[in-house]
Design a protein around this ligand. Structure first.
Ligand code: 5GP
Length: 210
């Protein structure tokens, strides 16, 4: 399949509290052409989360069994729990020409980049640290201890953003979703996605009879 027909793989990461979940929901709502990958995790479901929609919820043993069977495109341990992207869905959708979005943390994003260098890596950030803290606190779903852990993690992550292609400020949800949409649209024309086109052009130009 040529690069032009294959879907784009986009990785969206962001600090916990960057509003990623809301932005992703808006993006998918407005652009049904995107397939959002559903991750597996060993973390307990939060109130309102649905099996197979928010995550595939697994025990640590079940998750480790999936690791052994090499079922993940990437996986990582984040604040004491496993998170991973089942590979099957991602490759199937991309082969069907769908643009696939993974909403994953930094270690996983770097694994994807290594395995699949054509992936587009986007990092989402709130405008400043105070907004981040206020969002985490306001969510009311985590203890102060977990919030503190997540803020420390954000400080570490901020120094590791060089591996990403784009950074998008989430000041307003609709705008932010459109910025990501714009990035994915542009990626369809990127040289790294159009390798097959470039190869065939090069060959045609070399072989043309004048
Ligand atoms: P939460 O527990 O708040 O749902 O997610 C915690 C972090 O795990 C978020 O940064 C989220 O993006 C990340 N995450 C969710 N699914 C995956 C996954 O499949 N792989 C990796 N590496 N991170 C994930």
């Amino acid at each position: 399949m040529s690069g032009a027909d294959r879907g784009i793989l986009t990785v969206v990461s962001g600090f916990a509290g960057s509003g990623k979940g809301t932005v992703m929901k808006k993006l998918i709502q407005d652009h049904a052409e995107y397939a959002l990958s559903v991750s597996a995790t060993s973390r307990a479901p939060r109130e309102g989360e649905k099996e197979g929609v928010s995550y595939f919820f697994k025990t640590r043993d079940e998750f480790e069994e999936m690791i052994r069977k090499d079922e993940f495109l990437e996986y990582a341990e984040y604040v004491g729990n496993y998170y991973g992207t089942p590979a099957d869905f991602v490759y199937r959708m991309m082969d069907e020409g769908k643009d696939v979005i993974l909403e994953i943390e930094l270690q996983g994003a770097m694994q994807v980049k290594k395995k699949y260098p054509e992936a587009v890596l986007v990092f989402l950030t709130p405008p400043d640290a105070n907004t981040l803290y206020a969002r985490l606190k306001g969510r009311g779903t985590e203890t102060d201890e977990v919030i503190a852990k997540r803020m420390r993690r954000a400080a570490e992550e901020a120094s590791l953003l060089d591996g990403y292609d784009y950074i998008v400020v989430n000041d307003e949800v609709d705008l932010c979703a459109e910025r990501i949409h714009g990035i994915i649209k542009a990626a369809h024309h990127s040289v790294k996605h159009e390798k097959a086109l470039i190869d065939s052009l090069t060959e045609e130009l070399r072989d043309i009879n004048l």
